[in-house]
Design a protein around this ligand. Sequence first.
Ligand code: G
Ligand code: G
Ligand code: MN
Ligand code: NA
Length: 253
Amino acid sequence: LQLETDLRRAIERKELSIVYQPIVTLADGEIAGFEALMRWDHPKRGNIPPSEFIPIAESSDLIEPLGMFALERATTDLVEWERQTGHVPIFVSVNLSSAQLLSSELYNDIRSMLSKTQCEPNRIKLELTETVMMANPEQARLVLGKLKELGISLALDDFGTGYSSLVYLTRFPFDTIKLDRALVCAEGDKREVMLRSVVTMAREMEMTLVAEGVETDEVAKALADLGCQYGQSYLLGPPIGAESVQKLLRERF
Ligand code: G
Ligand code: G
Ligand code: MN
Ligand code: NA
């Protein structure tokens, strides 16, 4: 409960920040976009990982302000990078919690944020897990449909773990699949045929595929050879601050 109290004050005290992990084209290592990941620098306890504070936010009323903070910060940073680097067409991908998706405010909040920041909707990707859709599939479908119509990109996160992921691809307007690292790094001789099948499925459904946790050069090469377009991992690029992103983009483009 102390942590919840602390988290409540964390936004105004500027203890929360966003770091950005590159999502790269496997074939040539070029940066396609970034996933926004929240960080909490607690004044007494130091860095508290999202796996600890996101659940606290979700079980209180804090997830909506926290979620909007991440979305606004990431969008503002993206617009700034684009301006500074001569409009390199990259995207930012932001994680969405179920309480956010079920909030009646989300759609309008996102719309006004886009107009305030002058950001093109197709530069924003929202990452959702099946748990997020499971909470209220009807409401989820409605809101995701409206966001998609607005031009926002939608990614199914942690694909290949949990259950019924395939059904989510048919029921919700996703354009991107994020392949969970458990699958990407799976041991055994069935891994390749499985990855090949997912690559084929994504291609035939005309969906973007991002492989997570590509931890070795061999895996990166194998995925690229199979036709998986994008990867995201510590090997390909760790999460970095907004200024470092800007520097990186200046060097690259
Ligand atoms: O780097 P990592 O430990 O940052 O992130 C762990 C998990 O925390 C991610 O898989 C993601 O699901 C969650 N997470 C990180 N940032 C956010 C955020 O801004 N909003 C939500 N809802 N989840 C986040
Ligand atoms: O939203 P999601 O759960 O997919 O968030 C990605 C998580 O994976 C973040 O916590 C991020 O820090 C972590 N991550 C990113 N790259 C790697 C990697 O190469 N290996 C592992 N084990 N984790 C990674
Ligand atoms: Mn994610
Ligand atoms: Na994931």
